[in-house]
Design a protein around this ligand. Structure first.
Ligand code: 26V
Length: 817
């Protein structure tokens, strides 16, 4: 006698039409004669949301019956991308919906175009979190994704005179049909104040935290549907003032002070911080982190107690995954809840805590490792600081007992007291977790040998690797329907739930007519991107050219400027009449720079300056085109990856933890030119050396080069082509005679070159010449492209999530169809 509702899958055209019109009329109060495209979008989204929730409710019941172990994924960032298309795909109603709308003279593609995506993340880390929710839903992992409902997400990027300009992202402006507010799921979060220590009648120490302010977090739920399967919830917290702001009680003067205080408390979830130079001292950022962690833990404990369970076995029922250190204050918060509120003994609480958390590290960059000043943390979270000190003192005592040296102990301490005392959040997360993982084989190895070396020696079994993966349904089935159809026609639909089934295409790799079809699909995708680029930038590319694409956040370590040096070398070759071997190429760049990152912003200006020079020079613009596509996002990404011939993955070895764009490119049939960095190493292993253009130093060679004393100027002196390219930067030819504009880049490369562009330059140029040679044999290129796609099985986020389930979470999946 289950109350389970009917399935939301495979609905009929009539059902879809009926629900759509009902939402339009009675949900929005609109009739077709006045409805806007956005009304149509909202009506369809509301109808689809009902079906998505239907699937979700079915799985909830199943999870409750099975009493399975659950996962809470804590991430300060998510980049879900547009929901509508993905939900239609997962409900298997894309085609029927298209027909239903066509009956009403409406075009599904135009409606899909209306969706404004939630930009609640910076880049790879946030997108990975969303890929993981997709796979957790599909595989049937009882789980929930917790995060922050930023009112303003990542800024929108525009170009002004070739420079990046930031525009506020108002993603909620037209309303958000995908979320449901849960006013009854709300928790209070304290800040500031002081602690009182007292002994109770049993002579047990009782600590009381008396805060100086409190705010409320309210849950907003967005259902995330799996493929023909379960749904899970992404629960984002939004900050509100609490009732004590009872305005009627104030006189006029105080009324405004009260409103101001209310506004200040609601500031907490106002805006996403960009990956910036310097977060230290950003009090609001720490508040955001604690705010969402506190709400999430209170919610998880509520769910646990609701099921009549004891907190002593909390860890047996819940895994909490920390997506980077952003939520790592959770370690201290869970201790506080268990010890101060639920009176658990410290040792037992510590056992529960350590077995609850697992921590994923996403970067080795020293400047990106989070540290909070003791002063700031103590002011905002006085009790947590005490708890962190207590954890640290017990931990360091343990080390002393095991005869660790003083240097080692001070290296491993949670507190860094060289300079202004600060808390090393990666150490807190590592000590407070039962598993720590990196995000690619190389990164996990480096994590153990560099950043967390002492910890890896102390607890070798704690460290593991889970190579990242991508939601292949979104990034292949949804965004490249042409290729997806071809694949399904040849091998059926199995690949949608098991990406390794793509290997069944192997027999077609040499098949000339299959290659032909393959190439035609790519060409059509390039035509579509060409149209979009022309509309957005005015630059008209030629889709028969090689599309050489570099899209990702702009950062020196990612070396967009190495790509620029290559483009300038081709330009100079053409100008000097030595360009006959160059294959006609369109270079496409995209990506945001952190607003305060001087060099990154100048690199964007450099790219647009090179684009202006080349696109307007009739001597070269038949062979080369350069374009910077502004405001790269998930939505744009879905149009870019399918149109790529060549994927640029050229970071300095040892710096890119994994990369995930690299996987999306290969999955869509681009060949990669790349270094042995991050997941490139594993991609190359899977697709075969021959099908990957490798260049550059290895991580070990990078380390040796730096150790031996690196002098970029000597390379400049010895390499004539490079010298010509470098000097061109400051010739004024790129900048209407201004020789100073790009001097900061020039000086940086000649004096420091921290990311070894000059060292890797020649190797890159040679690998690119190989690319241009290979491109001339279109059958060979198609064959390599096919071999890339069919060997991508490993890089589905379904595989990553299966790894987390087996190695870290120890959870069984529960599938509902
Ligand atoms: C943070 C910061 C902050 C200070 C200034 C420079 C800087 C640069 C990068 C970061 C990113 C930190 C964490 C992060 O987003 N990591 C990315 O995670 C992806 C998913 O695992 C992975 O594919 C990317 O390689 C990794 O950079």
């Amino acid at each position: 006698t289950s109350s389970k509702p009917g399935s939301g899958l495979d609905l009929s055209k009539e059902e879809i039409k009926k629900s759509f019109l009902e939402k339009l009329f009675y949900g929005l109060g609109r009739i077709p004669t006045v409805a806007t495209d956005n009304d149509y979008y909202s009506a369809l989204a509301l109808a689809v949301r009902d079906w998505v929730f239907r699937q979700y409710v079915r799985s909830l019941e199943e999870y409750a019956e099975q009493d399975s172990r659950g996962v809470a994924y804590l991430s300060a960032e998510y980049l879900p991308g547009p929901h509508l298309g993905n939900n239609l795909l997962n409900l298997s109603i894309t085609k029927t919906t298209r027909e239903a709308l066509a009956d009403l003279d409406l075009d599904l593609d135009k409606i899909l175009e209306q969706e404004v995506e939630p930009g609640l993340g910076n880049g790879g880390l946030g997108r990975l979190a969303s890929c993981y929710l997709d796979s957790m839903a599909t595989l049937g992992v009882p789980s929930i994704g917790y995060g922050i409902r930023y009112e303003f997400g990542i800024f929108n990027q525009t170009l002004k005179d070739g420079w990046q300009a930031e525009v506020t992202d108002k993603w909620l402006h037209y309303g958000n049909p995908w979320e449901v507010v849960r006013p009854e799921i709300a928790f209070e979060v304290k800040f500031g104040g002081y602690t009182e220590h007292k002994y109770d009648s049993n002579n047990k120490l009782q600590v009381n935290w008396i805060p100086d302010s409190e705010i409320r977090g309210t849950a907003y739920d967005t259902p995330i549907l799996g493929y023909r399967s379960n749904g899970i919830i992404m629960r984002l917290w939004s900050a509100e003032a609490i009732e004590s702001f009872d305005f009627a009680a104030y006189n006029m003067g105080d009324y405004y002070r009260a409103v101001e205080k209310k506004m200040r408390s609601e500031n907490i979830t106002k805006v996403l911080y960009p990956n910036d130079e310097n977060l230290s001292g950003k009090e609001l950022r720490l508040k955001q982190q604690y705010f969402f962690v506190s709400c999430s833990l209170q919610d998880i404990i509520r769910l646990h107690l609701l099921q009549g369970r004891e907190l002593e076995n909390f860890h047996e029922k819940f895994n909490i995954q920390l997506n980077d250190t952003h939520p790592s204050i959770a370690v201290a918060e869970l201790m506080r809840i268990l010890v101060d509120i639920h009176q658990m003994e410290w040792d037992e609480a510590w056992h529960v805590t350590r077995h609850t958390f697992a921590y994923t590290n996403h970067t080795l960059l020293p400047e990106a490792l989070e540290k909070w000043s003791v002063n700031l943390l103590g002011r905002l979270l006085p009790r947590h600081l005490e708890i962190i000190y207590e954890i640290n003192s017990r931990f360091l005592n343990e080390l002393r007992k095991q005869n660790f040296s003083t240097e080692q102990i001070s290296r491993m301490s949670l507190i860094d007291d060289r300079g202004e005392p600060s808390i090393r959040m990666a150490h807190l997360a590592t000590v407070g977790s039962h598993k720590v993982n990196g995000v690619s084989a190389l990164h996990s190895r480096l994590l153990k040998s560099m950043v967390l070396q002492d910890f890896a020696e102390l607890w070798p079994e704690k460290f593991t690797n889970v190579t990242n993966g991508v939601a292949h349904r979104r990034f292949l089935a949804l965004s490249n329907p042409g290729l997806a159809d071809l694949i399904t026609r040849k091998i059926g639909k199995e690949w949608l739930t098991d990406l390794s089934a793509l290997r069944n295409l192997e027999k077609f790799a040499d098949d000339k007519s299959f290659q032909e079809e393959w190439r035609n699909i790519k060409f059509k995708n390039k035509e579509r991107l060409t149209a979009l680029i022309e509309e957005r930038t005015g630059v008209k590319l030629d889709p028969s050219m090689l599309f050489d694409i570099h899209v990702k956040r702009i950062h020196e370590y990612k070396r967009q400027h190495l790509k620029v040096l290559h483009i300038l070398s081709l330009y100079l070759r053409l100008k000097n009449g030595k360009g006959k071997d160059i294959s006609p190429t369109s270079f496409i760049f995209g990506g945001k720079a952190a607003p305060g990152y001087f060099m990154a912003k100048r690199i964007i200006k450099l790219i647009t300056a090179v684009a202006d020079l080349i696109n307007n020079d009739p001597e070269v613009n038949k062979k080369l085109k350069v374009v910077f596509l502004p405001n790269f996002s998930v939505k744009l990404a879905q149009q870019v990856y399918p149109a790529a011939d060549l994927s640029e993955q050229i970071s300095m070895a040892g710096k890119e933890a994994s990369g995930t764009g690299n996987m999306k490119f290969s999955l869509n049939g681009a060949l990669t030119i790349g270094t042995l960095d991050g997941a490139n190493v594993e991609i190359r292993e899977e697709v075969g050396e021959k099908n990957f253009f490798l260049f550059g130093l290895t991580t070990e060679e990078v380390q040796e080069t730096k150790k031996a004393g690196y002098h970029p100027y000597r390379i400049y002196e010895q390499n004539n082509d490079l010298r010509e390219v470098m000097d061109f930067l400051i010739s004024g030819k790129l900048s209407k005679g201004d020789k100073e504009l790009f001097r900061p880049i020039y000086d940086n490369l000649l004096q420091q070159d921290p990311y070894l562009l000059l060292k890797d330059y020649q190797s890159y140029i040679e690998a690119m010449d190989e690319v241009h040679k290979t491109w001339k044999d279109q059958n060979e290129w198609a064959k390599r492209s096919i071999l890339n796609v069919i060997n991508m099985g490993k890089f589905s986020s379904d595989r990553s999530i299966s790894d987390y389930c087996e190695d870290i979470w120890k959870v069984e999946t529960v599938k509902v169809v």
